[in-house]
Write a protein that binds this ligand. Structure first.
Ligand code: ATP
Length: 488
């Protein structure tokens, strides 16, 4: 069986994947810390993404830009004027909600009960009102749909107001307007302002991409969704710069490439879908979400956006620095070079934390297994994480069968011969069954048992997490065997 969100949250806490931030002070809303297992899993996901971008494509290079940026960046990008969510308060419960999320949840309810047309009409109407910035209309729609507060079940709503999501702070010694800066709400702008630096220094020709992994901050109006919606989170973004007119092909290509990547990592095709946006962001020409079916429904994990030349042109205007690229490829129609233009951009943007949550939800399983034979046979349930070996925090656990006769020494010898290649652990404590259980819970794909026969013939028993099958093999084959399984 798959887990509920509550199962995932408690499993994540108990086994060191995710802890609430500052928990001893009762936590901080929508802020989380990654524990010893979580940081390994997250690092593995980030590293695989980084390789899928910068190692598999000669024309994608990386940067690591600062979180603080010149304040005009956010004027140019439209975030100061346009990066807000419509919020509404419930007067009884004093809880704050996003008006669009309340309406989306209502539409999902209709969809669930088979009223598809009704769901579609509601989403279309919401999109129209939000695009027209008709906030009174949005409130009226919430009232007409008889939407109640999820907590107090009353419909006692305030007006809808726009709420800017950027965190601001002061830079330097003197407070005042000129020294107000923002924590970046997306990593993309660090890429745009470096477009020419990167293009020239890396000697790239359009089409090419710039990839970046880094923290982003949004003062989200939060409903409890664990690490799905955080106020401090990590994005993995790639801006692909293309010749105007070719953005459609690249948009389609990256859409497919990114979906395949999620499938290869273990998210099954029937739990992924594309969802076109009802309401386009201020910068977008076309936008699609890759959604994964979480225990709480299909939700976005990655956005693919065709951003036109919006960002580069805006930066050109505010910085008064040309953002042109000279394309000396020949245009077959004119026989002359394409010449100067501001490139168009296709963006792929995935949240490391959302991908982490999807990975955990997909991997978590509770199953009934049969142990022993004949009279001794009994059934029990086991929980495990069926993580792709490439992302598993620990690749193999080595167990000396007993704590004597030189078995622990032999186990450590194996550990030392493989630790440069893989993250391994040696465990001596408890029965072998208990040790298997512990590794299943954190998703370790292999357990290697060292017994008395090992001392004689240098073979070990490798136990497989998912099938619980055991294979006897020479120690000398472990590196290739594990290496094959964890490669991606
Ligand atoms: P949403 O509609 O869920 O608020 P968004 O459309 O604003 O998301 P984008 O601006 O497209 O999100 O950001 C790209 C990606 O960054 C998202 O697909 C998501 O994986 C991640 N992301 C965005 N906001 C958050 C957040 N508050 N917490 C965690 N991840 C986030």
């Amino acid at each position: 069986a798959e887990g509920t969100l509550a199962d995932i949250v408690s499993h994540a806490k108990e086994y060191g994947f995710v802890f609430p931030s500052s928990e001893i002070y009762d936590g901080l809303a929508a802020v989380y810390d990654y524990g010893p297992m979580g940081v390994e899993l997250k690092n593995n996901l980030k590293q695989l993404w980084w390789r899928a971008m910068t190692q598999l494509n000669q024309n994608v290079v990386g940067i690591d830009a600062a979180i603080f940026m010149h304040p005009l960046t956010w004027k140019a990008s439209g975030h100061i004027d346009g990066f807000s969510d419509p919020m509404i308060d419930n007067l009884d419960s004093k809880k704050r909600y996003r008006a669009d999320v309340l309406l989306e949840d209502k539409a999902a309810e209709y969809e669930k009960s088979g009223e598809l047309a009704r769901a579609e009409t509601l989403l279309a109407e919401m999109g129209r009102l939000l695009t027209a910035e008709d906030l009174a209309g949005v409130k009226q729609l919430i009232i007409d749909e008889k939407i109640t507060c999820p907590v107090s079940k009353t419909g006692n709503w305030t007006d809808v107001r726009q709420f800017n999501l950027m965190f601001s702070t002061q830079i330097g010694a003197v407070a005042g307007d000129s020294s107000q800066i923002y924590l970046r709400p997306e990593t993309a702008q660090g890429i745009f302002v470096n477009f020419l630096n990167v293009q020239k220094s890396a000697r790239q020709k359009v089409p090419f991409g710039i990839a970046q992994i880094g923290k982003a901050f949004r003062n989200e109006i939060v409903a409890r969704q664990f690490i799905f919606r955080m106020r401090e989170f990590e994005q993995m973004e790639m801006q692909f710069f293309v010749r105007p007119g070719t953005e459609g092909e690249w948009y389609t290509q990256w859409k497919e490439t990114r979906r395949r990547w999620h499938e290869a990592l273990g998210l099954p095709a029937d739990k992924l879908r594309f969802h076109d946006h009802e309401k386009l962001a201020h910068y977008a020409k076309a936008a699609v979400d890759i959604e994964y079916e979480f225990p709480f429904g299909f939700k976005e994990i990655e956005g693919i956006h065709s951003r036109s030349d919006f960002d580069l042109t805006q930066h050109q205007t505010l910085s008064r620095k040309k953002q042109n690229y000279f394309d000396n490829d020949l245009n077959p129609e004119t026989g002359k070079p394409y010449g100067n233009y501001v490139p168009y951009v296709v963006e792929t943007s995935v949240g490391a934390d959302r991908l982490f949550l999807a990975t955990l939800c997909q991997a978590f399983q509770e199953e009934t297994i049969v142990e022993g034979e004949g009279e001794e046979q009994k059934t029990k349930t086991r929980k495990l994480l069926r993580l792709h070996p490439a992302v598993a925090p620990v690749k193999a656990a080595i167990f000396p069968l007993v704590k004597k006769d030189g078995l622990p020494e032999k186990a450590n010898e194996i550990y030392n011969s493989l630790r440069h290649d893989f993250r391994l652990v040696v465990e001596e404590k408890d029965s072998i069954g208990t040790r298997y259980t512990r590794q299943d819970l954190i998703g370790t794909p292999f357990c290697i048992a060292v017994d008395h026969q090992t001392l004689e013939d240098n073979t070990v028993t490798v136990r497989h997490r998912d099938s619980r099958e055991q294979t006897r093999m020479p120690i000398s084959e472990l590196r290739a065997y594990i290496g094959e399984a964890v490669s991606f």
